[in-house]
Design a protein. Sequence first.
Length: 499
Amino acid sequence: MSYVALYRKYRPQTFDDVIGQDHIINTLKNQIVGNKVSHAYLFTGTRGTGKTSTAKIFARAVNCPHAVENNGSPCGKCPTCQQLLGANMDVIEMDAASNNGVDYARDIREKVQYPPVAGPYKVYIIDEVHMLSVGAFNALLKTLEEPPKHALFVLCTTEVHKIPATILSRCMRFDFRLVPTATLANHVASIFDKENKPYTKEATYAIAQAGEGSVRDCVSIADRCYSCTTGTLTYDDVMAVLGVSSKNSIAKLCKAILTNNTSDILTETDTLVKEGKDVARLSKDLSLYIKDLLTVKVCKNANEMLSLPDDAYFQLVELAKQVQVPKLLFAIDTLVGLENGLRYALSPLMLFESAALKIGASTGEVDVEGLDRRITRLEQQPQNLTAESMVVVDKTNAQSVWRGVKVKLEQLGDPLLLGIWKDISVRFEGGNFVVNCGKGAHTLIELQYKMQLNKLIKMFCDKTIEYQLVEKENSGDLDRRLQSLASTVKFEGGTGKPV
């Protein structure tokens, strides 16, 4: 077959071709130019960020006689560079995943003594080095610490935490970073330009975002998109190749969820699933769309950050006006937590629908179920009660009891509940707590917090205390705000859950 995959065809051949790793490339160049090459290197980082490619370039550069004149990069033209481009005895690339035994390390130790043929260095590139066995690492230790002057080791791994500390201490470590989306988009665009493939800017950014920081993943996706159309590659073409739900479909579902339209939530979900969309992928697409909504909501340069087509961006802007930041954060948190559950669920669709309905029913401001769980945990920790805890409540100790209740309120950390009690006064009269508060606080307590407050009082008393709510005659600014909140937020009867 004459066709070569794009990620192989455009694999970096010089240091200048490596993208997104300037902090590493500049250091390696300076070592070569200054003749300060170390004996052992460790390249670590996620897949597709250029570890093995950089190791191969470095192996040619240390052997190239013109590298210093070429600013540390191999010239690619001299006989040495030409020999090292193919199979050569001076650059030995090994796969530790399939050669991880002690005999493998012993073979290296025996053959490393032989001098190089084409250049001054014999370079060993060990890929996925974390796969070596404990015995192989131990057999390699002495050689790695004091190799012959002509030997140089480059260890590459994606899981550096699995490498023994004795190996790490003998290597110069370089951490390869994920490549920024903009850099990947420019890289894809340059490849399409060389291949004479017309494209739109939005299409290259969509490919770059799907690559998630990996150059190889990004170029592989670009290779798939390259043949999907004979004309100009568009954003919709990329979405179709990736199998991502269209922005219009996700926008409809997202709007139904964020506006708590139960009927549309179930209808849109059913439509997408019948079209063949995987539930796990649908959940991820939805979380990414809500993340874009959050970006539009809080960032002034959101259009530049997202690089979406104009119609898709304006759709986000209009929807962002209808929802608040706390609800978006709650939605993202719920969907991210759903990922593992969907993997093992017997009915992923039912799990996704219940999560969508839960997001729709929540305001994101107050998690009543979580509040109840935290109170239950406090109830189960009687040893943490303060010294002011009382068994019998009377006029002499009522205020101490109430201070204990307020301490527990602060531990719960519910801002709305703390706001209600900010400017109230409490007295103990006729065996009851009498709370003076405004109309707004009165309504919110009756609708949502009465059960929680009774639980807290039980922590300090030997019996349930009935309390009376008395409206204040003069309402301040806080009370007016609470009245407004009480008039706009509706709760299911007796449950304390927002509708």
